[in-house]
Structures are given as structure tokens and as C-alpha cells.
Design a protein around this ligand. Structure first.
Ligand code: BGC
Length: 314
């Protein structure tokens, strides 16, 4: 069976893996991204990782999953607002390793992986939404990843859900990711703490060494009213975007990934109710799609990037 290297470039860390064409991971590596060093230093680290992973192996190609707009034909990261890359010729640096390199958006990679060997295995159509620093998305229709022109499709996190709403890192206002990413949830949790000095959120955050995407859910579980409101509001915004995606794509499966998705049914049960209340159509459409949690966890990015390396170029 052929082997590929998948690299998942994130805002915090870079993950790399040798992946067999059936999705099995054979070896892995990680290192911190430290994006403030600029793209050249980050790309050198990725090249070093590829060399280490590829040493002594028959590797058929490399796939790089990046946040933002990639141009797989030109080999550039066109625009990645969360790591500050603009028109960076990353393929030139990575192909110095001797391997052929393909570029794919990070969430498109996750969607490819979840559809092939994860939560949406067996489904002909699926939408994967990753809830992290931003919101990423990937759409698989009739078994194929929707790439759009040169691979830039499915910026689901940048669909506007509130006209003239909060400012997004992309420069627009009201993007879904400013309301429903992990970053947004943390911001709302901190705002609730500032407004409610007596909230249990303070105790919970102190015990965990700071606020993260779990803090509000833990507060809700402890019966804290401010935390319960933060979670309800978060799920409402998440639901608006998911209902839009259901109305546009009507996929068999919608799978949620990223740390927040680890809340499982605590998140999914109220979310399904939200989505159903907003979907277009009849009782039939309201029964579908299945909204589930991704099953590949943080491996989805490397597996999907590797599987993308095996796809035919556009
Ligand atoms: C970017 C997407 C990316 C997502 C997750 C968003 O801000 O626009 O391209 O997939 O973050 O990293």
C-alpha cells in the first residue's frame, strides 16, 4: 500500500505523519508553530519534519494542510489571516525535500479524512466543521471534496451570520467564526466573568490555570447561571450557521471537530434542537442530517492532508 506524508499546520502546532493510503498512521512528529517568526522559519521547520518522516521510506507524496486560502496549482498560501501569511510560496521550500507537495485547506483536509475513514465514512455527502481558533469547514459531495477554483472553497467560518456584527480577523464583520469559534466562546466567557464577579466561572478558571473552551461548559454543569447563558448563546450562534449549511448542502452527515466538539452530547443535543428549529422544510428535512462529533480527533488534519496528496490534481 502506498504511503504519504501529511502535514497539518496550525496556529499553535505543526503535526506531521506518515499515513498509509487506507488512513492508517505509521509514524508521527510534532513541533510548535510560533507563527510570529514569519512564514520562512515555519516552512523550514515543516521541511525538516518531512525529511525526518520520509527518511528510509518510500513516500509517494506530501500533502500540506494550511489554514486559509491555498492555491494548489501555484503552490502558495494566498491568505491565512490567523497565522498572518499572504501569498507565500510554501511549495518551493517544501519541495526542496525532494517530494512532490500538494496544498489543501486544513479543514478541507479534515473533511476528506472524516469522510474517508472517520465520522462520515460510508456517507456520500458530508460537511465537517472545525471549531478552533477560527471555524474551518470542508464539504464532501457525492464522495468528492468540494475544492472550488484552485482549492479555495468552503470558508464556512466566514459566512456572515450577523450583518454589521462583530469584527472578524479577516476584515469583515459578523462572520460565523467571530460568534462560534473556540476563540469566540473564550471571549464571551471572559466577558461574563467580568460582568459577574460572583460567578463560579472564576473558581473554575483558577483551578484550570485560565479560561479555555471548556470553562463555560464546566460552569454550566456546576449550575452557574452566567455560564449557562454563555453556553446557550454560543449554541444559538453555532446553530444558525449549521442550519444555513443544512439548507445549502443538505448533507447526510454534519460532523463537528475541534476541542469544543469534545463536549459530545452536552453540545449536540441542544444544538440539534436549535438547528431543527431553523431548518427549511418539513418534518422529513428536520430529521436529517445526522449531526455528530468527528471521530479522528486531532489526527484528521494529517490523515486528510496525506489523502489529498493521493488525489489527482485539478
Ligand atoms: C480560516 C480557514 C481555516 C479555519 C481553521 C479560518 O479562520 O479562514 O481557512 O480552515 O480558520 O483553521
Amino acid at each position: 500500500m502506498k504511503q504519504y506524508i501529511g502535514i497539518d499546520l496550525g496556529g499553535t502546532g505543526i503535526k506531521g505523519a506518515v499515513v498509509r493510503e487506507d488512513g492508517e498512521i505509521l509514524a508521527r512528529q510534532t513541533c510548535p508553530t510560533r507563527p510570529q517568526r514569519g512564514p520562512a522559519a515555519v516552512a523550514e521547520d515543516m521541511a525538516a519534519m518531512i525529511r525526518t518522516l520520509g527518511r528510509g521510506r518510500e513516500v509517494a507524496g506530501v500533502g500540506l494542510g494550511c489554514p486559509g486560502t491555498v492555491d494548489d496549482r501555484a503552490g502558495t498560501v494566498v491568505y491565512a489571516c490567523n497565522i498572518g501569511w499572504v501569498n507565500y510560496d510554501v511549495r518551493r521550500v517544501l519541495e526542496d525535500t525532494g517530494f512532490t507537495v500538494r496544498l489543501v485547506n486544513d479543514a478541507n483536509a479534515a473533511a476528506l479524512a472524516e469522510a474517508a475513514v472517520g465520522a462520515a465514512k460510508g456517507a456520500r455527502s458530508a460537511v465537517v466543521v472545525t471549531l478552533g481558533t477560527g471555524i474551518g469547514g470542508g464539504v464532501v459531495l457525492d464522495g468528492h471534496l468540494l475544492t472550488g477554483f484552485t482549492g479555495a472553497a468552503s470558508e464556512l467560518g466566514h459566512m456572515c451570520i450577523v450583518a454589521d456584527g462583530e469584527s472578524c480577523a479577516c476584515g469583515r464583520r459578523g462572520c460565523w467564526e467571530t460568534y462560534a469559534s473556540a476563540t469566540a466562546l473564550i471571549r464571551r466567557t471572559e466577558a461574563a466573568m467580568a460582568a459577574h464577579p460572583d460567578s463560579a466561572l472564576h473558581r473554575i478558571a483558577r483551578a484550570k490555570g485560565g479560561v479555555d473552551g471548556r470553562t463555560a461548559f464546566a460552569g454550566q454543569e456546576a449550575g452557574d447561571p452566567a455560564a449557562t447563558r454563555v453556553v446557550a448563546e454560543y449554541i444559538r450562534y453555532l446553530g444558525v450557521g449549521i442550519a444555513n449549511l443544512v439548507n445549502i448542502f443538505f448533507p447526510e452527515v454534519i460532523a463537528l471537530g475541534g476541542g469544543i466538539a469534545n463536549q459530545g452530547e452536552t453540545l449536540l443535543r441542544p444544538l440539534r434542537a436549535q438547528v431543527q428549529s431553523q431548518e427549511y422544510g418539513s418534518a422529513y428535512t428536520k430529521k436529517h442530517p445526522r449531526i455528530v462529533t468527528c471521530t479522528l480527533g486531532s489526527d484528521a488534519g494529517v490523515i486528510g492532508a496525506a489523502l489529498f496528496a493521493a488525489e489527482k490534481p485539478e
